[in-house]
Design a protein around this ligand. Structure first.
Ligand code: ZN
Length: 292
Protein backbone atom coordinates (compact mmCIF):
# COMPACT_ATOMS: atom_id res chain seq x y z
CA UNK A 1 0.00 0.00 0.00
CA UNK A 2 1.17 3.45 -0.86
CA UNK A 3 1.47 5.81 2.06
CA UNK A 4 -0.97 8.65 2.33
CA UNK A 5 0.26 11.78 0.62
CA UNK A 6 1.66 14.19 3.21
CA UNK A 7 -0.85 16.82 4.24
CA UNK A 8 1.43 19.70 3.20
CA UNK A 9 2.03 18.26 -0.26
CA UNK A 10 -1.64 17.48 -0.58
CA UNK A 11 -2.63 21.07 0.17
CA UNK A 12 0.08 22.53 -2.05
CA UNK A 13 -0.99 20.44 -5.00
CA UNK A 14 -4.44 22.06 -4.95
CA UNK A 15 -3.53 25.69 -4.27
CA UNK A 16 -3.67 26.74 -7.93
CA UNK A 17 -7.08 25.13 -8.33
CA UNK A 18 -8.41 26.86 -5.24
CA UNK A 19 -7.13 30.20 -6.50
CA UNK A 20 -8.63 29.61 -9.93
CA UNK A 21 -11.90 29.10 -8.13
CA UNK A 22 -11.29 32.34 -6.20
CA UNK A 23 -10.77 34.29 -9.42
CA UNK A 24 -14.38 33.48 -10.24
CA UNK A 25 -15.55 33.78 -6.64
CA UNK A 26 -13.82 36.81 -5.09
CA UNK A 27 -15.95 36.47 -1.94
CA UNK A 28 -14.36 33.13 -1.27
CA UNK A 29 -10.95 34.72 -1.74
CA UNK A 30 -11.87 37.24 0.98
CA UNK A 31 -13.07 34.49 3.30
CA UNK A 32 -9.88 32.50 2.81
CA UNK A 33 -7.95 35.45 4.18
CA UNK A 34 -9.97 35.31 7.36
CA UNK A 35 -8.51 33.55 10.36
CA UNK A 36 -11.82 32.39 11.86
CA UNK A 37 -13.09 31.06 8.56
CA UNK A 38 -9.82 29.19 7.99
CA UNK A 39 -10.03 27.70 11.46
CA UNK A 40 -13.61 26.64 10.85
CA UNK A 41 -13.22 25.05 7.47
CA UNK A 42 -9.63 23.71 7.66
CA UNK A 43 -8.81 23.61 11.36
CA UNK A 44 -5.67 25.68 10.85
CA UNK A 45 -4.55 28.48 13.13
CA UNK A 46 -3.68 31.04 10.49
CA UNK A 47 -5.60 32.47 7.56
CA UNK A 48 -5.46 30.08 4.60
CA UNK A 49 -3.81 32.83 2.57
CA UNK A 50 -2.55 36.29 3.30
CA UNK A 51 -1.50 39.29 1.28
CA UNK A 52 2.26 39.01 1.01
CA UNK A 53 2.61 42.67 1.93
CA UNK A 54 0.74 42.08 5.21
CA UNK A 55 2.77 39.12 6.45
CA UNK A 56 4.97 40.11 9.36
CA UNK A 57 8.65 39.22 9.34
CA UNK A 58 8.19 36.56 12.00
CA UNK A 59 5.29 34.93 10.15
CA UNK A 60 7.04 34.69 6.79
CA UNK A 61 8.20 31.18 7.62
CA UNK A 62 4.57 30.14 8.12
CA UNK A 63 3.57 30.92 4.56
CA UNK A 64 4.41 29.24 1.29
CA UNK A 65 5.53 31.16 -1.72
CA UNK A 66 4.62 29.82 -5.11
CA UNK A 67 6.76 26.95 -6.40
CA UNK A 68 10.24 27.83 -7.58
CA UNK A 69 9.79 27.63 -11.38
CA UNK A 70 7.63 30.74 -11.19
CA UNK A 71 9.74 33.85 -11.63
CA UNK A 72 8.56 35.99 -8.73
CA UNK A 73 7.47 33.22 -6.40
CA UNK A 74 4.13 34.80 -5.47
CA UNK A 75 0.59 33.62 -6.03
CA UNK A 76 -1.48 36.30 -7.66
CA UNK A 77 -5.22 36.16 -7.04
CA UNK A 78 -7.58 38.91 -8.15
CA UNK A 79 -4.44 40.96 -8.85
CA UNK A 80 -3.26 40.60 -5.26
CA UNK A 81 -0.03 38.88 -4.30
CA UNK A 82 -0.63 36.29 -1.61
CA UNK A 83 1.09 33.44 0.14
CA UNK A 84 -0.50 30.32 1.56
CA UNK A 85 -0.43 29.06 5.13
CA UNK A 86 2.06 26.21 5.52
CA UNK A 87 0.98 25.23 9.03
CA UNK A 88 -0.94 22.04 8.31
CA UNK A 89 -0.91 19.05 10.62
CA UNK A 90 -2.23 15.61 10.28
CA UNK A 91 -5.25 13.85 11.69
CA UNK A 92 -3.91 12.70 15.00
CA UNK A 93 -3.58 16.36 15.92
CA UNK A 94 -6.57 17.78 14.10
CA UNK A 95 -9.05 17.35 11.31
CA UNK A 96 -7.31 19.32 8.55
CA UNK A 97 -6.87 16.46 6.10
CA UNK A 98 -10.50 15.47 6.25
CA UNK A 99 -11.71 19.05 6.19
CA UNK A 100 -9.47 20.03 3.28
CA UNK A 101 -10.69 17.00 1.31
CA UNK A 102 -14.30 17.90 2.04
CA UNK A 103 -13.66 21.46 0.94
CA UNK A 104 -12.17 20.34 -2.40
CA UNK A 105 -15.05 18.00 -2.93
CA UNK A 106 -17.71 20.56 -2.01
CA UNK A 107 -16.22 23.17 -4.30
CA UNK A 108 -15.94 20.56 -7.07
CA UNK A 109 -12.16 21.00 -7.19
CA UNK A 110 -11.56 17.28 -6.79
CA UNK A 111 -13.65 14.16 -7.18
CA UNK A 112 -13.93 11.59 -4.43
CA UNK A 113 -12.16 9.20 -6.71
CA UNK A 114 -9.20 11.55 -7.11
CA UNK A 115 -9.04 12.06 -3.37
CA UNK A 116 -9.18 8.36 -2.71
CA UNK A 117 -6.51 7.77 -5.31
CA UNK A 118 -4.24 10.30 -3.62
CA UNK A 119 -5.08 8.54 -0.39
CA UNK A 120 -5.83 12.03 0.76
CA UNK A 121 -8.81 10.48 2.41
CA UNK A 122 -8.36 7.25 4.16
CA UNK A 123 -10.87 5.04 2.41
CA UNK A 124 -11.65 3.25 5.61
CA UNK A 125 -12.46 6.41 7.55
CA UNK A 126 -14.47 8.13 4.93
CA UNK A 127 -16.21 5.05 3.57
CA UNK A 128 -15.56 6.22 0.07
CA UNK A 129 -16.06 3.53 -2.47
CA UNK A 130 -14.41 4.06 -5.80
CA UNK A 131 -17.22 3.45 -8.22
CA UNK A 132 -16.71 0.28 -10.16
CA UNK A 133 -19.80 0.52 -12.30
CA UNK A 134 -20.94 3.36 -14.50
CA UNK A 135 -21.02 6.88 -13.25
CA UNK A 136 -22.54 9.91 -14.87
CA UNK A 137 -20.01 12.08 -16.69
CA UNK A 138 -17.26 9.67 -15.92
CA UNK A 139 -15.89 9.52 -19.41
CA UNK A 140 -13.16 12.06 -18.98
CA UNK A 141 -12.83 12.30 -15.25
CA UNK A 142 -11.06 10.27 -12.66
CA UNK A 143 -8.19 7.90 -13.17
CA UNK A 144 -7.12 9.09 -16.56
CA UNK A 145 -5.74 12.35 -15.21
CA UNK A 146 -4.07 10.80 -12.22
CA UNK A 147 -2.44 8.24 -14.47
CA UNK A 148 -1.27 10.89 -16.92
CA UNK A 149 0.14 12.90 -14.06
CA UNK A 150 1.98 9.91 -12.65
CA UNK A 151 3.23 8.97 -16.09
CA UNK A 152 4.59 12.46 -16.63
CA UNK A 153 6.53 12.24 -13.36
CA UNK A 154 7.77 8.78 -14.32
CA UNK A 155 8.86 10.07 -17.68
CA UNK A 156 10.77 12.98 -16.15
CA UNK A 157 12.50 10.83 -13.56
CA UNK A 158 13.24 8.13 -16.11
CA UNK A 159 15.00 10.57 -18.39
CA UNK A 160 17.23 12.26 -15.84
CA UNK A 161 20.04 9.84 -16.50
CA UNK A 162 21.65 9.32 -19.88
CA UNK A 163 22.55 5.70 -19.32
CA UNK A 164 21.35 2.99 -21.63
CA UNK A 165 20.46 -0.42 -20.38
CA UNK A 166 20.66 -3.53 -22.52
CA UNK A 167 20.36 -7.29 -22.20
CA UNK A 168 24.04 -7.62 -21.25
CA UNK A 169 23.61 -5.13 -18.43
CA UNK A 170 20.64 -7.07 -17.15
CA UNK A 171 22.64 -10.31 -17.20
CA UNK A 172 25.48 -8.63 -15.33
CA UNK A 173 23.00 -7.30 -12.79
CA UNK A 174 21.41 -10.70 -12.29
CA UNK A 175 24.85 -12.30 -11.96
CA UNK A 176 25.75 -9.74 -9.27
CA UNK A 177 22.78 -11.04 -7.28
CA UNK A 178 23.73 -14.67 -8.09
CA UNK A 179 20.57 -14.93 -10.19
CA UNK A 180 18.42 -14.59 -7.13
CA UNK A 181 15.74 -12.19 -6.01
CA UNK A 182 17.49 -9.26 -4.33
CA UNK A 183 14.83 -9.25 -1.63
CA UNK A 184 14.16 -12.85 -0.65
CA UNK A 185 16.88 -14.87 -2.38
CA UNK A 186 14.50 -17.09 -4.31
CA UNK A 187 15.59 -18.00 -7.81
CA UNK A 188 12.24 -18.06 -9.52
CA UNK A 189 11.47 -15.94 -12.56
CA UNK A 190 13.33 -12.69 -12.03
CA UNK A 191 11.86 -9.36 -13.05
CA UNK A 192 13.50 -5.97 -13.33
CA UNK A 193 12.59 -3.94 -10.29
CA UNK A 194 13.34 -0.36 -9.30
CA UNK A 195 14.80 -0.46 -5.79
CA UNK A 196 13.72 3.16 -5.35
CA UNK A 197 10.31 3.50 -7.06
CA UNK A 198 10.00 6.01 -9.86
CA UNK A 199 7.39 8.40 -8.55
CA UNK A 200 7.31 11.85 -7.06
CA UNK A 201 7.35 10.62 -3.50
CA UNK A 202 10.35 8.32 -3.73
CA UNK A 203 12.26 10.01 -6.59
CA UNK A 204 13.78 6.84 -8.03
CA UNK A 205 15.39 6.99 -11.47
CA UNK A 206 15.68 4.58 -14.35
CA UNK A 207 19.42 4.05 -13.96
CA UNK A 208 21.50 0.91 -13.91
CA UNK A 209 22.11 1.04 -10.19
CA UNK A 210 18.42 1.31 -9.40
CA UNK A 211 17.38 -1.76 -11.37
CA UNK A 212 17.69 -5.02 -9.49
CA UNK A 213 16.27 -8.51 -9.92
CA UNK A 214 13.15 -9.43 -7.99
CA UNK A 215 10.88 -12.42 -7.97
CA UNK A 216 7.27 -11.79 -8.93
CA UNK A 217 5.78 -12.09 -5.42
CA UNK A 218 8.34 -9.67 -3.89
CA UNK A 219 7.88 -7.22 -6.74
CA UNK A 220 4.15 -7.26 -6.19
CA UNK A 221 4.38 -7.03 -2.41
CA UNK A 222 6.92 -4.22 -2.50
CA UNK A 223 4.78 -2.08 -4.85
CA UNK A 224 5.53 1.59 -4.09
CA UNK A 225 7.81 1.08 -1.12
CA UNK A 226 11.49 1.72 -1.49
CA UNK A 227 13.89 -1.14 -0.82
CA UNK A 228 14.70 0.00 2.72
CA UNK A 229 11.05 0.25 3.76
CA UNK A 230 10.36 -3.11 2.17
CA UNK A 231 13.30 -4.94 3.70
CA UNK A 232 12.90 -3.35 7.12
CA UNK A 233 15.16 -5.14 9.56
CA UNK A 234 16.86 -7.22 6.91
CA UNK A 235 19.97 -5.04 6.94
CA UNK A 236 22.07 -7.72 5.30
CA UNK A 237 20.12 -7.49 2.05
CA UNK A 238 19.87 -3.71 2.25
CA UNK A 239 23.66 -3.63 2.45
CA UNK A 240 24.03 -5.83 -0.62
CA UNK A 241 21.67 -3.64 -2.63
CA UNK A 242 23.48 -0.48 -1.57
CA UNK A 243 26.84 -2.01 -2.49
CA UNK A 244 25.38 -2.78 -5.88
CA UNK A 245 24.12 0.80 -6.24
CA UNK A 246 27.59 2.10 -5.42
CA UNK A 247 29.16 -0.29 -7.93
CA UNK A 248 26.95 1.33 -10.59
CA UNK A 249 27.56 4.85 -9.31
CA UNK A 250 23.92 5.32 -8.49
CA UNK A 251 23.20 7.80 -5.73
CA UNK A 252 19.47 7.99 -5.03
CA UNK A 253 17.97 11.46 -4.84
CA UNK A 254 17.05 11.90 -1.21
CA UNK A 255 15.02 14.48 0.57
CA UNK A 256 15.43 17.05 -2.10
CA UNK A 257 12.64 19.45 -1.28
CA UNK A 258 13.37 21.47 -4.38
CA UNK A 259 13.15 18.53 -6.77
CA UNK A 260 9.95 17.40 -5.08
CA UNK A 261 8.47 20.85 -5.49
CA UNK A 262 9.38 20.93 -9.17
CA UNK A 263 7.81 17.51 -9.68
CA UNK A 264 4.70 18.60 -7.78
CA UNK A 265 4.53 21.50 -10.16
CA UNK A 266 4.82 19.18 -13.16
CA UNK A 267 2.17 16.92 -11.67
CA UNK A 268 -0.22 19.80 -11.22
CA UNK A 269 0.55 21.30 -14.64
CA UNK A 270 -0.38 18.03 -16.34
CA UNK A 271 -3.59 17.97 -14.31
CA UNK A 272 -4.41 21.53 -15.36
CA UNK A 273 -3.76 20.76 -19.02
CA UNK A 274 -6.06 17.75 -18.82
CA UNK A 275 -8.73 19.84 -17.08
CA UNK A 276 -8.46 22.51 -19.73
CA UNK A 277 -9.12 20.04 -22.54
CA UNK A 278 -11.86 18.31 -20.59
CA UNK A 279 -13.66 21.64 -20.33
CA UNK A 280 -13.07 22.39 -24.00
CA UNK A 281 -14.37 19.03 -25.16
CA UNK A 282 -17.30 19.03 -22.77
CA UNK A 283 -18.26 22.47 -24.07
CA UNK A 284 -18.35 21.08 -27.62
CA UNK A 285 -20.13 17.94 -26.61
CA UNK A 286 -22.78 19.25 -24.25
CA UNK A 287 -25.46 17.06 -25.85
CA UNK A 288 -23.37 14.00 -25.26
CA UNK A 289 -24.05 10.44 -26.15
CA UNK A 290 -25.26 7.68 -23.94
CA UNK A 291 -22.41 5.27 -24.24
CA UNK A 292 -21.00 4.00 -21.01
ZN1 ZN B 1 11.65 -12.40 -3.76
Amino acid sequence: MQDEIKIGEFVRSYIEKIFEYCEENPDEFKRLQDKEYSKDIFDINYPFCMKTADISEKDLCRYWKRFSPHPDGEYVVCNIKVRVCSQWFDEYINQSRKLFSQYLFKKKLATKQELAQLKAISIKNERIKVASGKRKNSRYRGNAIGNAQNLAIRNILSNLGSESFNADDWNITKAYFVNQCAYCGSDGNLEMEHAVPINKEKLGEHRLGNIIPSCKPCNKKKHNKNYIEFLGSNTERIKIIEEYMRSRNYVPITKSAEIKQILDQAYRDVGLIAEKYIKTINALDSGGDNET
